[in-house]
Design a protein around this ligand. Sequence first.
Ligand code: SAM
Length: 274
Amino acid sequence: MTDLPPLREVVNTYGLLAQKSLGQNFLFDEQLLTRIAAVPGKLRDADVLEVGPGPGGLTRGLLRAGARVTAVEMDRRCLPALADLGEAFPGQLRVIEGDALKIDPATLFAGAYHIVANLPYNVGTALFTGWLSAPAWPPPWQSLTLMFQQEVAERIIAKANGDAYGRLAVLSQWRATPRIAMKVHRSAFTPPPKVMSAVIHVEPAAMPEGVTPRTLERLTEAAFGQRRKMLRQSLKGLPGALPALEVLGIDPSRRAETLEIAEFIAIAKVMSIR
Ligand code: SAM
């Protein structure tokens, strides 16, 4: 495919023994990595933020697709391997050593960018919810292509009336469209994690008018905080929530997991104008 050394060789050369504390499960299958890098669509000359490039497998896929990659990596042991990759793709790779949780990606780019990552599981959800909670909408990112544990991926795309449905589904779907782009078997990783994984692709959608994100957040927090309770109980401490149910004719004896996202939006809208 190219004259780059196999990824296993890179890992051996630089002694990149995977560390659990850094959520390190590496991908070495270059065909799989090329397929993941193709999920966002055409990337030629597009800016891409990659979180946690590690030895650079997914980074290779993105660079081969013609992207300009800014990669944020916390593990300095990976930097020499990434420097080699930068030399193989001159002018296409910028590596930032640091903690992605402490970096606002919007400060790294002048214009729009895609985010693509085989996320470290221990920080994946925090990063994802942070990107989805961008104060400006549409957000500065054009798409998110992220590897998650399959169970988390199911919670992101969940619909009402199922066990996986909760705050993460509402946050992910009220102004964005998430889908599972592919499932990835645990054996594809080194070392293999205990569970299966899935790549989620998210694009921003129109933001419903008249809803304050903070109100929607407080509403879902209260509703799903006591998900087995009736709304009249779970929402009673939230000012304006029960009157909003009445205005909308929503039965307060229902439970949070039966409310469609459109209903959460409608309740938050009424609460936002009060
Ligand atoms: N992208 C590589 C691949 O697909 O083989 C490595 C993926 S591994 C699951 C996660 C990577 O994220 C590791 O390289 C780890 O060092 C890095 N990492 C963990 N926490 C991080 C953080 N807070 N900020 C930036 N990188 C982090």
